[in-house]
Design a protein around this ligand. Structure first.
Ligand code: ARG
Length: 467
């Protein structure tokens, strides 16, 4: 007998390998609640267009509700011969309400506009969940910043000691990118909030349906301007995958630092037992696995994005079956982030910072050389000359370090050392040769002075509360 959605034109069913290749229920059935919501909305516009009488509409809606209950309870699962979520649910509906009722629902829609709509619904729902989880990481960073208002650490460029910074300043430098990622998800949602339902296979519908009514019922702000675009475009999925990859990269950059900070050599942090792992052979080990998995999963998220872009490249308009490959990358991105973000939040929230060690290292490695140069500028010396003089101070420290076989830092230079380098280097320069002096002098907007960092924390907390 005739089977499936196109049986009449075919003498035989699909070959086994053809059906196996074609099948997507094992990953797309998670869209079932969205498919059923779309079907309810579609039934109503068919009724609104005079194509379903009231009794048929009510029978369809009751059948869809009952099917939804069975989907949610697990009582209904796709059969092996169902190709995709749409065909599985349509088969189940027809079985429940009969072909004369259930068979009317396919009018004026195609799986092409259905899947494009469902994917947007799914991603919009999960964009909100992911944004909330990103904000939990931001909150953990800000709580740590607030708990250490005066802690200093070595600020680095090229991984070398550069200038002292406040720990809170550094932690918030990880929070702001994550806040921007949340903004990116919001901006993305404005573009995702447009419904392709009503585009049909590619050319729209002749049945006088109301795509805007469907759009509104499904939580979209409007429907697409172009039915070809509506069924063939996947930039909305690619953009989502980009933001997901960006979140992964931002988490990976935090994680790389945590991994370094937890080494014996840095000894900046101790990881909480609940957020680290041991070794089966080395009893002393405490490993930063959350951070390492975050770093690893960032690669996976980048792969999701590049795989999807590779699928889209070169596809002619309109729908092509290649587009069935759009779902697994974004599903994987969602699942990865929803697994990863709570663990990163927990790891960050429970980091124990060794602030004494960080503070003692903060000014070392000549990290106050810029302070010497800027002190000279304030005395009226041109910066190029000030830079040269300060560099000569560092050189003098290195000479003495070699002679004396110990580490001689800038604050160890004598009045004679300084006078020998430049007449501008009066003993008062020693006033800026402290971490506290260096930090508090950087009091321009966005700087690391404690007064500025306190303001910044308030701004970040406001941004967090505003989301
Ligand atoms: N399962 C398909 C997809 O995920 C949707 C169905 C469209 N199939 C088709 N042969 N036109 O893209």
């Amino acid at each position: 007998g005739e089977k499936g959605l196109w049986g009449a034109r075919f003498a035989t069913g699909p070959a086994e390998a053809m059906a196996a290749l074609s099948k997507s229920t094992h990953f797309d059935f998670r869209l079932a609640p969205h498919d059923l919501a779309g079907s309810r909305a579609h039934a109503r516009v068919l009724h609104g267009a005079g194509l379903l009488d009231e009794a048929t509409l009510q029978a369809l809606l009751a059948g869809l509700d009952a099917l939804e209950a069975d989907v949610l309870s697990g009582a209904f699962v796709p059969a092996p011969e169902d190709e995709d979520v749409h065909s599985a649910l349509e088969r189940a509906l027809v079985e429940r309400v009969g072909a004369d009722v259930g068979g009317r629902l396919r009018a004026g829609r195609s799986r092409n506009d259905q899947i494009a709509t469902l994917l947007r619904m799914f991603l919009r729902e999960h964009a909100r969940i992911v944004a909330g989880l990103v904000l939990d990481v931001v909150e953990a960073l800000l709580t740590q910043a607030a708990a250490h208002p005066t802690a200093a650490m070595p600020g680095r460029t090229h991984l070398q000691h550069a200038q002292p910074v406040l720990l809170g300043h550094h932690l918030m430098a990880h929070a702001w990118p994550l806040l921007r990622d949340v903004e990116r998800l919001r901006d993305w949602d404005a573009r995702a909030a447009v419904s392709p339902y009503g585009s049909g296979a590619l050319a729209g519908s002749s049945l006088g349906l109301d795509p805007v009514a469907v759009a509104h019922e499904l939580g979209f702000t409007r429907s697409v301007e172009n039915s070809i675009d509506g069924t063939a475009a996947r930039d909305v999925a690619a953009e989502f995958a980009f933001v997901a990859a960006m979140i992964g990269v931002d988490l990976s950059r935090i994680s790389e630092e945590v991994i370094a900070w937890a080494t014996k050599e840095f000894s900046f942090v101790t990881l909480d037992d609940a957020w680290s792992t041991g070794s089966s052979i080395m009893p002393q080990k405490k490993n930063p696995d959350v951070a390492e998995l975050a770093r690893g999963k960032a690669g996976r998220l980048i792969g999701d994005l590049t795989g999807l872009l590779a699928t889209l490249k070169g596809l002619p308009l309109a729908y092509n079956r290649d587009l069935q490959e759009d779902k697994e990358p974004v599903f994987d991105a969602v699942d990865t982030l929803e697994l990863l973000l709570p663990a990163v939040a927990g790891m960050v929230a429970t980091l124990h910072f060794h602030t004494d060690r960080m503070a003692s290292l903060a000014p070392q490695g000549f990290a106050l050389a810029t302070d010497v140069a800027e002190w000279l500028v304030r005395q009226g010396v041109p910066f190029r000359e000030a830079h040269r003089v300060s560099g000569a101070c560092v050189r003098r420290c290195e000479e003495r370090s070699a002679q004396e076989d110990r580490s001689v830092e800038l604050w160890d230079l004598t009045v004679e050392d300084l006078a020998g380098i430049s007449p501008h280097l009066t003993p008062e320069v020693k006033d800026v040769l402290s971490t506290e002096g260096s930090l508090s002098s950087r009091d321009g907007i966005g700087g690391t002075a404690p007064v500025r960092v306190a303001e910044q924390l308030e701004a970040a907390q406001d941004a967090l509360a505003g989301h």
